[in-house]
Design a protein around this ligand. Sequence first.
Ligand code: ADP
Length: 611
Amino acid sequence: MQKVSFFKSIHVKLVLIYMLLIIIALQIIGIYFSKELEENLKTSFQDSILQRIELVNYSIREEMLKERDDSTPEIETSLSVILKEFSKEDINEIIVSNNHNRILATSEDENQSLIGHRANYEIIRKAISSETLQDSISLDSESGKRVWVLAAPIRDTVGPNGEILGAIYIESNIEKVYEQLNEINRIFAAGIAMSLVITIILGILVARTITRPISDMRKQAQAMSKGNYSRKVRVYSTDEIGQLAIAFNHLTNRLQEAQSTTEAERRKLASVLSNMTDGVIATDRKGKIILINDPALSLLHETRESTLNRPIASLLGLDQEYSFEDLIHMKESVNLDFSMNDAPYVLRANFSVIQKETGFVNGLITVLHDITEQEKIDMERREFVANVSHELRTPLTTMRSYLEALADGAWRDENIAPTFLNVTQTETERMIRLVNDLLQLSKMDSQEYELSMEFVEFNKFFTRIIDRFEMSKSQSVEFIRLLPETSYFVEIDTDKLTQVIDNIISNAMKYSPDGGNVRFGFTVHDNMLRVMISDDGMGIPKENVGRIFDRFYRVDRARARSMGGTGLGLAIAREMIEAHGGKIWAESEEGHGTTVFFTLPYELDETGDWE
Ligand code: ADP
C-alpha cells in the first residue's frame, strides 16, 4: 500500500480546515467590526465638530449683524477673537468669509495676511452658492494627514430660510480617529494571531484523536494484506471512530478465521489431489488448464509450467477429433493411446463438467487413469484364448480326419488302421500334455502350488539328469560336461527343477543336428549359481531370443509342433526358476547354436556342517 504523504494526510487537512475556518470567521468579524467602529468614531467626531459649529455660527452671525460704530471694534477683530477661542487642538484652521467670498477672519496666525482677500476655497463657494453644508475628507498636503474640511453657510436668521451672510470654513484633524482605529485593528490582529496559534495547537490535538485510530487501522489493513492478523487496533474512545475500531478488530478476527479455514481446505484439497493415484486436470470455462495435480503431470510426462493455460484438448492430444465443446458433452470415457512401438501406454480420461445451478458451464474436470496394465492383461488374455483354441484345434482337426478315414472303412485295412490309430493316440497325448502344461501354468498364476524344498548338492543332482539323457538318447549327440569340482548346495523343489532342466536339455537335443555337441556347465556369478546348457543347433534369430520364454511362442511354429512341443515348456521353466529366486535367459546366434542360462541361490559345502 502507498504511504500517505504528509500534506495529503487527514491530520494536516483537518488542521488546515480549522485554521481556514478561524481565519474566515475572524476576518468577517474583523471587517464588520472595524467598519462599524470607523463609522461610529467618525460620526461622533463629526457630531462634536458640528455641535461646536452651531455655536460658533451663532456667535459669528451675531457679530456680523451687529450695528457698528466707532466704539465697536472692527468686525475682523471680533471675529478673530471668536475664532481663536473656538479653535482647539482638533481644529487646524477656521476661516470666515462673507457672502462675496472674501475672507473676514482666520484662526491661523500665519494666514492673517489673507484677510480681505478672496477665499480661494472651492468648498466655500459651493456652500454659499448652494446654501447648504459641504464637507469632504482629504489629505493635508503639508502634514500628509487626513483632514475633514467643512463649509457651512451663515444665515441672518436661525433656520434654513435666512439670507446668506457668508460661510464658515473649518479644517479639522480627523486623522486621530483613524489612528485610534488602526490601534484597535492592531490589537485585533494580535488577537487573531494568538487565536490562530491556539487553534493550530488545539487542531493538532483534536485531529490526532481522530486520525490516530484511522492511521492505526490503515497500518492494520496493510499488515493484513501481508497475512499478519495478529495486530489489533487500539480502541481510544467509544465514539463512532472507537466503534469503527471495534468493528475493524472484529472483522480482522473473522477474516483470520475465514482465511485459516480456506487455507486448511486448500491444503486438504491439495494433499488429496497430489496423493491420488489418478491424474486430475481442471480447466476454466474456455478449456484452458487452471489446475493440474502431480500424478496427471507424471502420467502425461509434462511439467506444470508447460501445461497451465494450455487448451485441454491439445494437452490430451484430442484436438484433431474433439473440440472443447465436444468434451463438455462427452458422456463416455476416452482412451488416450500414447503407445510407442513395443511399449504400450494407454490412459483413460473421464470428463465431468463444473456447472452452476443456472446451467452455465464453469469448467471441466478431467480424471486420468493409467489403464496400460489392464489393457495389456486384456490383450494377453485374448491372445491366450486364441492360442489355446488354436493349439487344441490343430490336433483335433488331425484326429477328426483320421477318425473319419477309419470310419469310412480304413479300420478294415490292417496296414493303415494301426498307423491311423497311432496318430490319433499321439495327438491325444499331445493334447493331454498341453492341458497338463496349461493346468500347471494356471496353478502357478493363481499361486496355488507349493514348492517342497530340499537341500541338495547341485553337482550330483545335475549329473544325474544328464546321465539319464545320455543313456536314453537316440541321436548321435555328444554330451560335454564342464562341471566344477567344488560342491555347491541348493535348496530346491527337485521335481520342479528336474522338469525345467529336462525341458531345456530336450530342446537342446531337439534343435541339434546329428553329431552336434551339447555342453553342460555351471559357474558362480554375483553370489548365484549360473547354470548353462548350450548346443550347436539351428539357433534363434536375435530379435526373438527374449520371446522364447513367452507362452506359446515358437520360432518356427510348424517345425516345433511337429517335434511335439507345446510352446509352454520354457514359459513354465521361467515361472519355476523365478519361484526359486533365480533368473532364466538365452543367448543365441542363428545357425550357430543356443545357450540357455539360469541362476539359483546356493550355499557352499561347509565340510564340518555336512559331515
Ligand atoms: P516347445 O515345446 O515348442 O519346445 P518351448 O517353450 O520349450 O516350447 O520352446 C519355445 C520355442 O523356443 C521353441 O518352439 C523353439 O522355437 C525355441 N527354442 C527353444 N530351445 C531352443 C534351442 N535349443 N534351439 C533353438 N530353438 C529353441
